[in-house]
Ligand binder design. Structure first.
Ligand code: ADP
Length: 238
């Protein structure tokens, strides 16, 4: 029996299968950091801030030919329906690592030898897809910090609910659905820097979900450019 889709293939929040949640982005929201961004991705509320390039501690982590990138993804205790334990979880450690790997190919790391770039992603409120929202916000914060970059990193997930491929699952769809495929791309370099799969797809569904997630990432990229333009060039669109 269908739980997540009605007879017209509308989702519980009224969205079509290929529809993103409403998204808001703002660049430059924390005065004390070198760069920052705030994103709302549906009910997800995410703050990202960047410090650096700065000295490396401990010194043995330093690379003579390039910067090192240190990312921390963290969910606040009030970000979920029930108080989340503030201690770092294995999930947060994993997501910190994959966010770092999704961002690094976009950064010209060799421009900053012997330094560290610190990226902090705080999930203020979560509702499924927070890693994609997090990586998207972090990329904007890096650009806002003036870090030399080859491209932005843009994230969006696709998944499967009630047997149908759908874009940008929320928490209920993620929990009750059949599969979730978070993705991040470098849109201009046409590279995928984050791809995970939780659940089952047939081969055909997997290809369909990949295409849909890419479409979502490209829409997210357009909004990232607009958010950067809003801060740096007034309201001119890209
Ligand atoms: P993502 O947020 O990237 O989709 P998951 O698939 O692991 O990551 O989580 C889906 C959603 O489940 C999260 O966005 C969040 O709303 C919820 N969630 C994750 N971890 C917890 C937790 N420890 N406590 C309560 N809710 C959580």
């Amino acid at each position: 029996m269908s739980k997540l889709l009605n007879s017209k293939n509308r989702r519980l929040d009224g969205r079509k299968l290929d529809e993103l949640r409403p998204i808001k982005m703002k660049v430059g929201v924390i005065d004390n950091a070198n760069g920052s961004a705030y994103i709302e991705f549906g009910r997800n509320k995410v703050m990202a801030a960047v410090y650096g390039p700065k000295d490396v501690h401990p010194k043995h982590m330093m690379k003579t030919e390039s910067a090192i990138l240190k990312c921390r993804y963290h969910m606040t205790p009030f970000s979920t329906g029930r108080r989340k334990n503030p201690a770092p979880s294995r999930r947060e450690t994993e997501i910190s690592k994959i966010i770092s790997e999704a961002l690094e190919p976009a950064i010209v790391m060799t421009d900053y030898p012997r330094t560290a770039i610190h990226v902090y992603v705080e999930i203020l409120q979560s509702d499924g897809g927070s890693r994609c929202a997090g990586v998207t916000a972090a990329s904007l914060a890096l650009a806002d910090a003036g870090i030399n970059m080859r491209d932005l990193t843009s994230g969006c997930a696709a998944g499967k609910i009630d047997g149908k491929v759908a874009l940008d699952l929320d928490e209920v769809e993620d929990m009750e659905g059949d599969a979730d495929l978070p993705m991040a791309i470098l849109p201009n370099l046409e590279k995928v820097t984050l791809l995970q799969l939780d659940g089952d797809f047939s081969h055909k569904e997997f290809i369909e979900a990949l295409k849909l997630a890419k479409k979502g990432c490209l829409k997210v990229y357009e909004m990232q450019r607009n958010a950067l333009n809003d801060k740096y060039f007034g309201n001119e669109k890209a």
